[in-house]
Design a protein around this ligand. Structure first.
Ligand code: SF4
Ligand code: SF4
Length: 374
């Protein structure tokens, strides 16, 4: 490693799946041993509230970030943005089929240009001039896949190390960070202390300026004890057109507007667990439920199938996305002891233009299969 580091955040899977834990630990260990990254381990991002220690820690990090989690990259990106962890989109080669003839700078530039040209949404606010790379840990079970990609990103993107008071080297980005208190004992299994934050003891490297052995950067580990599972919509502002159909449709007070009259998810925990109704109503496919089983709702970018227009609802008589949304909303209303409203409330624009909804083929395919229970 040529003296460059980048902040890498590993967002742990909810639960205690040993295979997932092993992958997380292997990636952290290999990155630490290679000296590639400043590693932080935080609980499952989607379950964190904005005032949780893990999210506060992420907000304190400066410079480019690589965030690995068990969600689609688009979901990771907008969960972070919602919580004030912002940056321009840094695309990973793990998520893209790249032009082999482009070098790294050309690829990143092309990706940013492409992102700007295809974006039709109102966009995120207050985006700093840095890159946030979001990587889905479900892409590959081999830790080396992620380590190699992070090394590639680090070589292209990160800042050089600077010497700190003659006692060692630290990345210049990390010198701007306010690290939580170090309290000694912990391990790479992500077993933190009960007060929330810990550093682990990693490998060592020699500070060549003093010939004194310095500990290699040990990961910051943020405790996930007691975090409850959550369910709420996340808005992708690169797609959202601020049409307000979601706030009209939702009868549970989840949505609101900010001081600039931009749509926002205001009371996220009012959302009904397991229900994705408003994502089916959004004309821009901008509402993500990161834990939903349907990829198009959970934040998948789509792909070649996007251009293959098929409507299973027409083929098999299954409910349309709008009809499903109305049914799902009625189920939740009745569960709350309220009256079902059917299609009479909150969808005037959809009712007049339902047949022109721009949902992609992947969504329609999955919705149709869901409805058919196959
Ligand atoms: S319905 Fe979709 S596009 Fe319209 S304001 Fe809501 S999130 Fe944005
Ligand atoms: S899923 Fe239902 S309760 Fe949750 S925000 Fe959407 S419409 Fe409201």
């Amino acid at each position: 490693m040529a003296g460059r580091k980048i902040n890498v955040i590993i967002s742990q899977a909810p639960g205690k799946n040993p295979v997932k834990r092993h992958l997380e630990e292997e990636i952290a260990t290999q990155l630490i041993l290679s000296g590639t990254a400043e590693v932080s381990v935080v609980p499952h991002l989607y379950d964190l509230t904005s005032d949780h220690t893990g999210m506060l820690w992420l907000k304190s990090l400066k410079g480019d970030l690589v965030v690995l989690g068990w969600l689609y990259p688009r979901a990771i990106r907008w969960v972070l943005d919602r919580n004030g962890v912002k940056g321009k989109v840094g695309e990973s080669r793990l998520n893209k089929i790249e032009d082999e003839n482009q070098d790294d700078d050309e690829q990143q530039s092309a990706i940013e240009d492409q992102g700007e040209s295809i974006s039709q949404g109102i966009g995120a606010l207050d985006v700093p001039n840095r890159l946030v790379f979001a990587i889905d840990l479900r892409d590959d079970p081999d830790p080396q896949t992620y380590v190699k990609e992070i090394e590639r990103i680090a070589n292209v993107m990160t800042v050089p190390l600077v010497q700190i008071s003659g006692i060692g080297f630290q990345s210049s980005s990390s010198t701007q960070n306010t690290k939580p208190t170090t309290n000694g004992e912990s391990n790479l299994n992500g077993t933190p202390h009960s007060n929330g934050v810990s550093h682990t003891n990693g490998a060592t490297h020699v500070d060549q300026s003093t010939s004194v052995e310095q500990p290699a950067s040990a990961p910051v580990v943020i405790a996930g004890d007691g975090i409850r599972r959550r369910w709420y919509p996340v808005i992708d502002y690169s797609r959202c057109t601020n049409c307000m159909e979601c706030i009209d449709f939702c009868l549970f007070g989840v949505y609101g507007v900010d001081l600039l009259d931009r749509i926002l998810v205001e009371q996220e925990d009012n959302c009904k667990k397991g229900c994705p109704a408003c994502s089916r109503v959004c004309p821009a496919n901008a509402i993500v439920f990161p834990e939903h089983k349907t990829p198009g709702i959970a934040g998948a970018e789509g792909g070649p199938v996007e251009d293959f227009k098929i409507d299973l609802s027409k083929l098999f008589g299954a409910p349309s996305a709008l009809e499903m949304a109305v049914l799902e909303r009625d189920v939740e209303l009745v569960a709350d002891g309220r009256d079902a409203v059917g299609a009479t409330v909150g969808i005037p624009k959809r009712q007049s233009g339902a047949s022109t909804k721009p949902r992609d083929a992947l969504d329609d395919l999955m919705d149709g299969l869901d409805a058919l229970d196959v």
